[in-house]
Design a protein. Structure first.
Length: 177
């Protein structure tokens, strides 16, 4: 796991926030039977965001892996992530593949988490990176095979991966230190 409570709590907050966004995106046109599960995922993600945020705030003065070098490297990774996500979304939009935009963004998010795990010295993030990447790669084939909306399959997959990351990080922040 991570060396610092604050970093685990902040990870729970960040993954919870973005998990709720992905569960929300999945609610664009889901099968009716999925709605309650997507709403449950959204609510749990928001609760993880709030709890992680409060715990981060409470331990703000504690240690963190972030120093000048880590902060700069992290910023570069996130900048590249945003650039690739935006560029790919634009290309997909211009070529009439708008339905694939969330999958592209999920793939970029998943892949960017691999270097984030290294920079933050938080190996567990590799697990979430792998789950998010696999969810993105599997979304289109699963959606096609089952005649489901791509956004629903993709959002459920990456939302679940991020919720898992939020809950494990929150549990570690609460009970692992």
């Amino acid at each position: 796991m991570t060396e610092f409570l604050r970093d685990a709590a902040a990870t729970a907050a960040i993954f919870g926030f973005f998990g709720s966004a992905w569960f929300g995106w999945a609610q664009e046109k889901p099968p009716p039977a999925w709605r309650r599960w997507l709403i449950t995922g959204s609510v749990l993600s928001i609760l993880s965001f709030i709890a992680g945020g409060l715990l981060t705030w409470r331990h703000w003065s504690d240690g963190t892996v972030f120093d000048e070098t880590v902060g700069r490297t992290f910023g570069i990774i996130v900048g590249i992530e945003f650039a690739l996500a935006g560029l790919g979304a634009a290309v997909l939009g211009l070529t009439g593949r708008r339905d694939y935009v969330p999958v592209w963004i999920a793939l970029v998010v998943g892949v960017h988490l691999f270097p984030v795990a290294v920079v933050l010295h938080y190996p567990f993030i590799h697990v979430i990176a792998a789950l998010a990447t696999v969810a993105a790669l599997a979304a289109i084939p699963i959606a096609r095979a089952r005649s489901l909306p791509v956004s629903a399959v993709n959002g459920l997959g990456i939302g679940s991966a991020l919720l898992l990351g939020a809950l494990v990080s929150l549990g570690y922040a609460l009970f692992g230190f």
